[in-house]
Design a protein around this ligand. Structure first.
Ligand code: ADP
Ligand code: GN1
Ligand code: MG
Length: 376
């Protein structure tokens, strides 16, 4: 199955019967906001006429080469969070992610044509945002991911499998782009030389966080690794963050990449694939709300982590810009796309945002200094 293909609803109905769901299948609807998995909402009706919704997801095996290891990670993390929310009450509003058991007591089912599927409870009365509209939303999203970091901070690292080695190894992402640039398999390089040059002038910063980690100045933690804004469900009425989702990439990592992906996805008023680059912006009030929210949610950050929050934002944005450009040059084999040049457009917004961050870097650093001073 190619990266852009999805299943027919009949197949979704068929697979839903593999899980411990009570009642009759009413309908299945695709959700296409994520770039990786195939995600569907299935509605079931119980004998008493009440309807319930469930999330059915087929794991993208091109991205996750060992989907069963992904499921073991997701099981460990959801169990740990449910335990901790109960025992230590770091409540995010009442709903947590739970895996429904499948036939044979497994946490997954195997589709007819292959493929690993899992079923989650549908987080009700919530929605996700692709763009932040106000500082309250920014604060809430960041606090949720900060709390997530805090909740998993006492999970043993060795319980979590590194399912995509070097996922946030920015120097390796850079090196891979240079390999693809050299090979130029589809002849697309001629149209992206400016983007490649932009990235080349920033090679020197790619290893900044990895060097700090290698020197032991920032710890390797269990991290989420995909903290984009639409991976947190927000209450539809109050805009309070309710539940962090998309746990597939929970792996050993750096908190600064988690904070950084929030800067990437929640400071600009432009969509990730906006074609009018003049709309891309690093909004200072949103950055401030993100820093405050993340720090309020997470007590465990050390001084060096706090001092490098801005670097996290810049590097994560650059890294994702590199990844989109690599995929464009390779022929769109990784991220789902919905139109020609989609990955190129996504890459351009990321690189423009890197520039916007650089323009405001001093002010951002000043703000972080004030937050650190107030903490001490
Ligand atoms: P991907 O890895 O493809 O991004 P996600 O797990 O993020 O997959 O799911 C894609 C989208 O589906 C999310 O952005 C969210 O809108 C919706 N979604 C996922 N899980 C749930 C859930 N448990 N309850 C409600 N909506 C969900
Ligand atoms: C993917 O799965 P999703 O859409 O939440 C990607 C992230 C990228 C992001 C860019 C497993 O996230 O790493 O930052 O797209 N997930 C994976 O929008 O590669
Ligand atoms: Mg997602």
């Amino acid at each position: 199955m190619s990266v852009n293909e999805t299943e027919s609803i009949d197949i979704v109905e068929q697979i839903s019967h593999e899980f411990a769901i009570a009642g009759d299948f009413i309908e299945g609807v695709e959700i296409d906001s994520g770039h990786i998995n195939n995600t569907y909402v299935a509605t079931y009706e119980r004998q008493d006429g009440k309807r319930r919704r469930y999330i059915l997801q087929r794991i993208n095996e091109k991205v996750f080469k060992d989907p069963l290891a992904v499921m073991r990670n997701v099981e460990s993390v959801t169990r740990h969070i449910n335990w901790k929310v109960l025992r230590v009450k770091k409540d995010l509003g009442g709903q947590t992610l739970n895996i429904y058991p499948a036939r044979g007591g497994r946490s997954f089912a195997v589709g007819d044509g292959g493929g690993i599927w899992r079923c989650y409870n549908f987080i009700e009365n919530c929605h996700t945002y692709d763009v932040v509209e106000n500082t309250r939303q920014a604060y809430q999203a960041a606090k949720a991911f900060g709390s997530f970091q805090d909740l998993v901070s006492d999970m043993p690292l060795e319980d979590i499998v590194d399912t995509i080695p070097d996922f946030h190894n920015t120097p390796k992402r850079y090196a891979r782009l240079m390999e693809v640039v050299a090979a130029d398999p589809l002849g697309r390089l001629k149209d992206v030389q400016a983007e490649v040059d932009f990235i080349k002038t920033r090679e020197g910063i790619c290893n900044k966080l990895m060097n700090l980690a290698a020197a032991g100045e920032i710890p390797i933690r269990v991290t989420h690794n995909d903290t984009k804004l639409n991976n947190v469900m927000m209450d539809s009425e109050s805009d309070e963050a309710v539940c962090v989702i998309d746990l597939d990439t929970v792996m050993p990592g750096l908190s600064l990449y988690d904070f950084g992906d929030l800067v990437r996805t929640a400071t600009s008023p432009a969509e990730e694939d906006e074609q009018d680059l003049s709309k891309v912006e690093m909004r200072m009030p949103m950055f401030e709300a993100l820093a405050e929210g993340y720090i309020d949610g997470c007590d465990c950050l050390n001084e060096t982590e706090l001092k490098n929050l801005v670097t996290g934002g810049k590097l994560m944005t650059l890294e994702v810009g590199i990844r989109f450009l690599t995929d464009h040059l390779e022929g769109d084999v990784y991220f789902k796309t919905h139109r020609p040049d989609h990955n190129l457009e996504r890459s351009r917004t990321q690189l423009r945002l890197v520039e916007c961050i650089e323009e405001k870097e001093e002010a951002m650093e000043e703000f972080v200094k004030k937050v650190i001073a107030a903490k001490n």
